[in-house]
Design a protein around this ligand. Structure first.
Ligand SMILES: [Fe+2]
Length: 261
């Protein structure tokens, strides 16, 4: 555990901004993510969300700072109508004993690497987070067995040189400082991808959890052929420029850099 700029952070995430934990045996659990209620919520890509914990215990996904009174992404209120249908997912989100903010399942429709690069964003996990408390990071537990899909992480939105691509089989467990790293998913296949995303407060509980499940802070990227990489990079540049031009024509700034999801 270390302190940077007043916040408590995990030393395990300091170097790369992510850790990969031991894989969870997803096959043993029922597909609880199919039993709960989803709401339309625009994130990066074509998505819906099913919250397990929200600002006030309602089935909605808005940032806690958009509620009254505005507050940071901690002390999420569990939603009984959802958690009783998803006891294993709830147990897994609560297992570290770290403070939980938002906790929800994302449903993502299939897309491409180029889409992922265009969708790269940073989260706003620490808005209103009081100085001296734990930095909020996110866990991603992949639920579906998305053998050809991968998470894309970058320190810099448009710089491919530091890109990391992490495989997303069923049971993959990642913890990511998503306010630091630009991130999005390339999801290949015919079916939607489901993933449990939980906001956790950094601190001794989270550190112990990372250690218990053998967190690794650096891995080799999923291999992708050069043609796909080059096309994705060109597409990202083209689409970002088109969006900036469209916004400029309307006299608006591009404010998509900080997404709520
Ligand atoms: Fe995000």
């Amino acid at each position: 555990m270390i302190r940077i700029m007043g916040y408590i952070k995990s030393a395990a995430l300091e170097e790369t901004g992510y850790v990969i934990l031991d894989r969870y045996n997803q096959e043993l659990d029922p597909k609880e993510w199919l039993d709960i209620e989803y709401v339309d919520w625009k994130s990066s890509g074509d998505t819906r969300f099913a919250p397990l914990a929200s600002a006030k215990g309602d089935i909605e996904c808005n940032g806690f700072w958009n509620h009254q009174p505005p507050r940071t992404d901690k002390d999420g209120v569990w939603i009984p109508a959802q958690t009783e249908k998803a006891p294993n997912l709830t147990r897994r989100a609560q297992e570290p004993g770290a403070n939980v903010g938002r906790c929800r399942i994302i449903e993502l429709q299939p897309n491409t690497y180029a889409d992922a690069l265009y969708n790269l964003h940073q989260d706003d996990n620490n808005r209103l987070n009081p100085d001296g408390t734990g930095w909020v990071v996110r866990s991603f537990f992949n639920l579906t067995d998305d053998k050809d899909s991968y998470f894309v992480l970058r320190e810099n939105r448009t710089d491919p040189s530091e890109e990391t691509r992490i495989a997303l089989p069923a049971g993959a467990q990642l913890i990511i400082d998503t306010q630091r790293l630009w991130h999005a998913t390339a999801h290949y296949g015919d079916e939607p991808r489901y993933c449990l995303i939980t906001s956790w407060e950094s601190g001794p509980e989270l550190d112990a959890y990372i250690e218990k499940y053998n967190g690794v802070s650096k891995i080799d990227s999923v291999p992708v052929d050069q043609e796909t990489l080059d096309w994705g990079q060109a597409e990202q540049a083209r689409r970002l420029a088109a969006r900036a031009a469209a916004l400029a024509a309307r006299g608006q700034k591009d404010v998509t850099a900080m997404s709520e999801a």
